[in-house]
Design a protein around this ligand. Structure first.
Ligand SMILES: *[C@@H]1O[C@H](CO)[C@@H](O)[C@H](O)[C@H]1NC(C)=O
Ligand SMILES: *[C@@H]1O[C@H](CO)[C@@H](O)[C@H](O)[C@H]1NC(C)=O
Ligand SMILES: *[C@@H]1O[C@H](CO)[C@@H](O)[C@H](O)[C@H]1NC(C)=O
Ligand SMILES: *[C@@H]1O[C@H](CO)[C@@H](O)[C@H](O)[C@H]1NC(C)=O
Ligand SMILES: *[C@@H]1O[C@H](CO)[C@@H](O)[C@H](O)[C@H]1NC(C)=O
Ligand SMILES: *[C@@H]1O[C@H](CO)[C@@H](O)[C@H](O)[C@H]1NC(C)=O
Ligand SMILES: *[C@@H]1O[C@H](CO)[C@@H](O)[C@H](O)[C@H]1NC(C)=O
Ligand SMILES: *[C@@H]1O[C@H](CO)[C@@H](O)[C@H](O)[C@H]1NC(C)=O
Ligand SMILES: *[C@@H]1O[C@H](CO)[C@@H](O)[C@H](O)[C@H]1NC(C)=O
Ligand SMILES: *[C@@H]1O[C@H](CO)[C@@H](O)[C@H](O)[C@H]1NC(C)=O
Ligand SMILES: [Zn+2]
Ligand SMILES: [Zn+2]
Length: 622
């Protein structure tokens, strides 16, 4: 068994390097750019253990079944929550052998993203059943994410059913919920706990918080307090007063370009040298920052593609020394997990792991997630191919899927039509092979409806579309607080939860920075190529970056064609209700003949956006 030979390497690489926080050098000990490796490779080197070690997840968004497709790089993220549970158990055994602490932490966004969370039958609550499985993992600390707060019932479920299972370790330092108190009056309470102080297995004292970024699109009867105000609260000052061995600041807030320094500085003002570890999330990227040389802040990606690792050597340190930290971004697959736990494949699964896998399978069956609509003939990519192109998912969607599905299910009109959509309405690639109910949830989670204005000239419609893309429309929407702006990630407003821009910039940067030589190395599989600002190389497995192409914010179908079509031909202009307000405003700005209002618009089809792919697949891919 190939992995057993790894045991003889021992667990620790002799990496007696003390990193200073201003050392931004990369490369370290000569892997990555060296000789080609065989195609199927395990991680590049064992993890570095410290006296305190952390396994970190964030922004899992329901990807508990693992990534199931066979197209690159999906297999590299193929482990499910059961595999992860087995991994954690084995890592805990290793920690025990080494007599060191291992802590399991999550930074939020358990809701929204796959059928396992969103495919619940009518009357259910998003992620409730999936969270029953998450609860089986031995998490030490979890923090709330913005996706727990878009819908009151979800937040209430976290308060009533999830937080109690964490025994005081579900942290919501600046997030409250209003419930009905015993006296029948409204009662404002933290959803979980504001902070926790606990002792590790080996007696280290930890003070922990769970902070949410300044999020504004939370549902009524939930409250998010600004981070700047939170750090002025009396309870906060009291909580950080005693000196623990470690401040473990967990939260749904990115480690770069957000408010962690406010929390960090508040702690540092009282404790200038106490070790601080920050575990953030939300922007879905791999990132690491050191705010000083006795702290490190880690963010561990998204969608269960990444498991973050951090270790710190606290014991040999005097309080003036820089602390030796390490961090690593693991790809979530069994090869990775087995390598780092020195288990071979048939010794890997634990009974808890198997129990969770059975639970996932039962839930998939109950939610009918494996129902196949049709078989996709090829791969269609969201951002790794140009738009428009033959394998662009956006091209397929706007030119074929939407027109076809709405034609099948159109109760209103049969005129020629032009369709416009926002490209953010699609969330993931579509791979060749069976297209399932779960895929439909993953690709288009939004229940948008299609509306239209009839009898618009083709030239006006085309001009309106061009204007939409050029107008910097999103910024305007943000300022006006348009009520249509209710969807989380499609709204170009950071405080409402949009992270697309930051995530896409990250992908674009790794695509641009990677030289041709690395890209052509056959040994490298596709994946993330992280260049963060912590010392050494963070990625556990060296990858070649996924190509990245910019896409326009709005996309339009091919214009109707035919001998009788001219620029003056009157058509149906079909759009998604999400962009209605902007759309009418622009249309009125472009012409003076008619002042279009909501009264001029109608529903085009009863079919909602989150069902068109299924209808299309049934029609075209069978
Ligand atoms: C990543 O995926 C590729 C393609 O399936 C596979 O060859 C490679 O072994 C995977 N890497 C790991 C660590 O599983
Ligand atoms: C908020 O919750 C309270 C207590 O349950 C309820 O009386 C009130 O109507 C709610 N407010 C809104 C805006 O839903
Ligand atoms: C949250 O609830 C607590 C406990 O009821 C209350 O003291 C605090 O003022 C609330 N905070 C906010 C920001 O609403
Ligand atoms: C760590 O940072 C402190 C404060 O900035 C500095 O005085 C000290 O020299 C640094 N130590 C190392 C080893 O870089
Ligand atoms: C795209 O597909 C069309 C129709 O099958 C074909 O004519 C065209 O050559 C293809 N374009 C590319 C770039 O492959
Ligand atoms: C569109 O124009 C046609 C022809 O002028 C007319 O018959 C039809 O009623 C118009 N439709 C609407 C919704 O105004
Ligand atoms: C990493 O990013 C820095 C800028 O933050 C850049 O100077 C450096 O060239 C990048 N390294 C690689 C290997 O791309
Ligand atoms: C168009 O109609 C809207 C809604 O009635 C109104 O607020 C707006 O002033 C009108 N614009 C023009 C140019 O008449
Ligand atoms: C829309 O129609 C309603 C009912 O017919 C009417 O009361 C209202 O004034 C109309 N609004 C506009 C902006 O035309
Ligand atoms: C059309 O949409 C309605 C409502 O969503 C649905 O009940 C019906 O089955 C759909 N018809 C087709 C052919 O998909
Ligand atoms: Zn997220
Ligand atoms: Zn988030």
């Amino acid at each position: 068994m190939r992995l057993s030979t790894l045991t003889s390497l021992g667990l620790l690489l002799p990496l007696a390097r003390v990193y200073a926080c201003d050392d931004h050098s990369h490369g370290g000990h000569g892997h990555g750019h060296s000789a080609p490796k065989p195609p199927l490779h395990p991680p590049s080197r064992p993890l570095e253990w410290g006296d305190i070690n952390i396994i970190h997840t964030t922004d899992s968004h329901g990807w508990l079944l693992g990534h199931q497709k066979t197209v690159f790089p999906e297999p590299n993220y193929s482990a499910d929550l059961g595999d992860f549970a087995s991994f954690v158990s084995h890592m805990k055994e290793i920690a025990d052998e080494k007599r060191v602490d291992l802590i399991l932490v999550d930074s939020g966004d358990l809701h929204d993203g796959t059928g396992i969370t969103d495919g619940f039958p009518p009357g259910g609550v998003d992620a409730h059943d999936a969270n029953e499985l998450v609860k089986m993992l031995p998490y030490d600390v979890m923090a709330i994410g913005n996706h727990e707060l878009y819908i009151y019932d979800n937040a209430l479920d976290m308060h009533q059913n999830f937080a109690p299972a964490l025994n005081g370790r579900y942290l919501t330092s600046n997030v409250n919920i209003t419930i009905t108190g015993d006296d029948g009056k409204p009662l404002d309470v933290p959803i979980g706990e504001r902070f926790v102080k606990f002792k590790t297995k080996h007696g280290r004292k930890i003070t922990s918080l769970g902070v949410l970024f300044d999020f504004t699109d939370n549902d009524k009867n939930t409250t998010v307090q600004k981070v700047a105000d939170m750090v002025k609260e009396q309870w906060f000052e009291d909580a950080i007063q005693d000196e623990p061995d470690l401040f473990l600041l967990v939260g749904h807030m990115p480690v770069s370009r957000d408010n962690w320094p406010l929390v960090f500085n508040a702690v540092r003002a009282v404790h200038p040298t106490t070790p601080i570890i920050i575990l953030g999330g939300h922007t879905h990227i791999r990132d690491c920052v050191q705010l000083d040389n006795r702290s490190m802040a880690l963010e561990s990606g998204r969608y269960m593609e990444t498991v973050g690792w951090m270790s710190a050597k606290l014991d040999q340190n005097k309080c003036t020394d820089a602390i030796q930290f390490s961090r690593r971004y693991l790809d979530t697959n069994r090869v990775t997990y087995e390598y780092h736990t020195r288990k071979n494949d048939n010794k890997f699964d634990t009974s808890l792991g198997e129990k969770i896998r059975n639970g996932l399978e039962a839930l998939s069956a109950r939610f009918n997630l494996n129902n196949i609509f049709g078989t996709a003939p090829q791969d269609y990519f969201l951002q790794s191919v140009p738009y428009p192109s033959n394998n662009s998912l956006l091209s397929l969607y706007v030119d074929d899927v939407v027109p076809t599905a709405l034609r099948i299910n159109n109760t209103e009109s049969s005129q020629p039509a032009l369709f416009i959509l926002n490209s953010g309405s699609l969330r993931f690639d579509l791979y060749n092979g069976p297209f399932t109910n779960n895929d439909q949830f993953t690709l288009v989670p939004f229940a948008d409806s299609f509306r239209f204005i009839s009898n618009i000239s083709l030239s006006h419609a085309t001009a309106a579309f061009n204007a939409l893309n050029n107008a910097g429309i999103s910024e305007r929407r943000q300022e006006t607080g348009d009520p249509a702006a209710r969807h989380y990630d499609t709204i170009k407003g950071y405080e409402r939860g949009d992270v697309d821009r930051i995530f896409n910039n990250w992908l674009q940067r790794m695509d641009r920075e990677t030289d041709v030589q690395r890209r052509d190395m056959e040994s490298l599989t596709l994946g993330y190529v992280t260049n963060d600002s912590c010392p050494g190389i963070g990625d556990d497995i060296p990858h070649s970056p996924i190509p990245f192409f910019e896409t326009p914010e709005f996309i339009a179908s091919n214009p109707p064609t035919g001998d009788d079509i001219t620029p003056d031909t009157l058509i149906d202009f079909v759009y998604i209700d999400f962009i209605e307000a902007d759309f009418l405003e622009i249309l009125n700005g472009l012409q003076t003949g008619k002042n279009y209002t909501l009264n001029d618009t109608k529903q085009y089809s009863p079919l909602l956006a989150n069902a068109v792919l299924g209808v299309y697949a049934q029609e075209k891919w069978n």
